[in-house]
Design a protein around this ligand. Structure first.
Ligand code: 13P
Ligand code: SF4
Length: 299
């Protein structure tokens, strides 16, 4: 079976397979570590292995490479990108800095290495609020996700936020109408959403948080609960395995990230066989981007 072959190949080559919770279950099953973007960044930095096979999208593999430049980091599906990360460029950051001198620039980890290099600090969905509070500046330029930015701004009212107009095309698809329909179909179910969803959806939810937060809420709830999951399909798929005692329903069938589904078992095997090139980044860009990531990790 290909999964067993991959596991033994990874062991023999001393490689760690990392998978984001949005990957398909067959990929999550062969991974040595599964997590949200913050957890995976921490795990990849601390991993003793010299080779990391990163089952996720490009910005995640880049972050792992930036934190461990001496390791070989391979993205098994090299064309798996994040359209939101591609919405902002280093030139956008420089022009925002000119317009708002004195503001701190905070970027969501869903951004390219070159953008991180231009920013003061990174954040993930689970660390964004803490990171914003930690900054001494009163004004914060937040990019690229306007929805996560609005979510953080509402929780940190003592700061002024300038929001870049980027968005996740997957989470943006859900609407207040989807919430109304889901609530009608499942009265009594708790609606948990990712803060990348539009603000009107977040406002109607019973709770919002990162991928790991949603998983923890469901896994640690008393058995027999009902949940409507307002994030990517991979999370609901995982909950069917990790919390079979709960009933979970997707808020919308459109919550599928095609880029996260690009990784196939054969790609992971090819990566372990040395057929896929590792992530390469300019060393000056890596140094500057690392400073932004390490500032986040220190908060
Ligand atoms: P997390 O930070 O919750 O892992 O989310 C990453 C992501 O790409 C969400 O769309
Ligand atoms: Fe990017 Fe959205 Fe896919 Fe996450 S779900 S990787 S933010 S496109």
């Amino acid at each position: 079976m290909i999964q067993d072959k991959i596991r033994s190949l990874a062991k023999r080559k001393d490689a760690l397979i990392l998978a984001h919770y949005y990957q398909t279950m067959d990929i999550q099953e062969i991974a040595g570590a599964v997590g949200d973007s913050f957890e995976l960044a921490k795990i990849s930095a601390a991993a003793p292995q010299k080779t990391l096979i990163f089952c996720g999208v490009r910005f995640m593999a880049e972050s792992a490479k930036i934190l461990s430049p001496d390791k070989c980091v391979i993205l098994p599906a090299p064309d798996a990108g994040c359209p939101m990360a591609d919405m902002v460029t280093p030139a956008d950051v420089r022009s925002l800095r000119r317009e708002h001198p004195g503001a701190a620039v905070m970027t969501y980890i869903n951004s390219s290495a070159a953008v991180k290099a231009e920013c003061d600090i990174c954040c993930t969905s689970s660390s964004a609020e803490r990171v914003a509070r930690s900054l001494r500046e009163d004004e914060i330029i937040f990019l690229p996700d306007q929805n996560l930015g609005a979510y953080v701004a509402a929780r940190v009212p003592e700061k002024r936020f300038i929001l870049f107009p980027g968005y996740c095309p997957v989470h943006r698809r859900v609407s207040a109408e989807d919430v109304r329909e889901a609530r009608l179909a499942r009265p009594g179910a708790r609606l948990l959403v990712h803060p990348e969803c539009p603000p009107e959806v977040v406002a109607l939810a019973d709770g919002a948080g990162s991928t790991s937060w949603i998983l923890n809420e469901v896994e640690n709830a008393p058995p027999g609960g009902q949940f409507i999951i307002g994030t990517e399909t991979g999370v609901a798929e995982r909950l069917r395995v990790t919390a079979p005692e709960q009933q979970c329903f997707l808020l919308s069938q459109s919550l599928l990230c095609p880029n996260m589904k690009k990784t196939k078992l054969q790609d992971v095997r090819d990566a372990l066989d040395g057929e896929t090139a590792g992530v390469e980044l300019d060393s000056a860009v890596m140094d500057a981007a690392r400073a932004s990531l390490l500032r986040m990790m220190a908060v």
